[in-house]
Design a protein around this ligand. Structure first.
Ligand code: PGA
Length: 255
């Protein structure tokens, strides 16, 4: 299967930015810029409190709404957490799981990431699973081992049917929010390692059908080059997704 048969998914990750009124303003600005751009799936992953506004403002458009995390339990005594069912009932379609900031600052492990992936898929959400190496791991030459191990652990127990709703975002941690982007070659190579891992786990056809995004300082200036790579099927975009123009240029590059 060649790359052109895989969908391209451009997803914004707003992180802890934008109040509901600011979210509405940004979406209104973005809507006309991405209208009719059907060559990729366009997603905005927003803070929980912006979900209602985002779902309402994107009705009837080609922009899909995602959350930035989800808890693994169905309900219960987990003060401050949000369940997958809460998200789907609010109109959320996608959820980011295992972002490096969650792993780094909030004690997220491959075990809890795997539990969240299972809960999200069970509830009918599409998962954007983030994996990636830290700088020391890249410098030690163990990037391939790290991303391969994360892929296996985070997808443990997920079957081929469920994989249809899983996107993987390769995000080298050293490139997130730092302005340091992986070179297109590095992005392609490591997305390729993830694809080979999927092939070993699920077979080549599924590996070839899975969307693998690159994330880490992707912006209006470098998106086209990264997206042109064989194994890069889209982007997970932080900083540049907070500016309607910049984000729309990336969506354009994906057409
Ligand atoms: P960045 O963030 O584009 O600001 O580097 C990407 C991400 O963390 O998903």
């Amino acid at each position: 299967m060649d790359k052109s048969k895989r969908p391209v998914v451009i997803a914004g990750n707003w992180k802890m930015n934008k109040t509901p009124s600011e979210a509405k303003a940004l979406i209104e600005e973005l809507k006309p810029l991405v209208a009719g751009k059907t060559g990729c799936e366009t997603v905005i992953c927003v803070p929980y409190v912006d979900i209602a506004v985002a779902v309402e403002a994107t009705k009837g458009t080609n922009i899909k709404v995602g959350a930035e995390n989800v808890h693994f339990a169905e309900s219960g005594a987990y003060t401050g957490e949000i369940s997958a069912k809460m998200l789907t009932e609010c109109g959320v379609e996608y959820v980011i799981i295992g972002h490096s900031e969650r792993r780094q600052y909030f004690g997220e492990t491959d075990t809890t990431v795997n539990q969240r992936v299972k809960a999200a898929l069970m509830a009918g959400l599409k998962v954007i699973l983030c994996i990636g190496e830290v700088k020391e791991q890249r410098l030690s030459g163990i990037t391939d081992e790290v991303v391969s191990m994360q892929t296996k652990l985070d997808l443990e127990g997920i079957d081929a049917e469920q994989m249809k709703n899983v996107i993987i975002a390769y995000e080298p941690v050293w490139a997130i929010g730092t302005g340091l982007t992986a070179t297109p070659e590095q992005a392609d190579e490591t997305c390729g390692v993830i694809r080979r891992t999927l092939s070993a786990m699920y077979g080549e056809a599924l590996a070839q059908a899975t969307v693998i995004q690159y994330g880490g300082s992707m912006n209006a200036g470098n998106a086209a080059e990264l997206l042109a790579k064989l194994n890069v099927d889209g982007g997970l975009i932080g900083g540049a997704s907070l500016k309607a123009h910049d984000f729309s240029v990336i969506v354009d590059a994906a057409q």
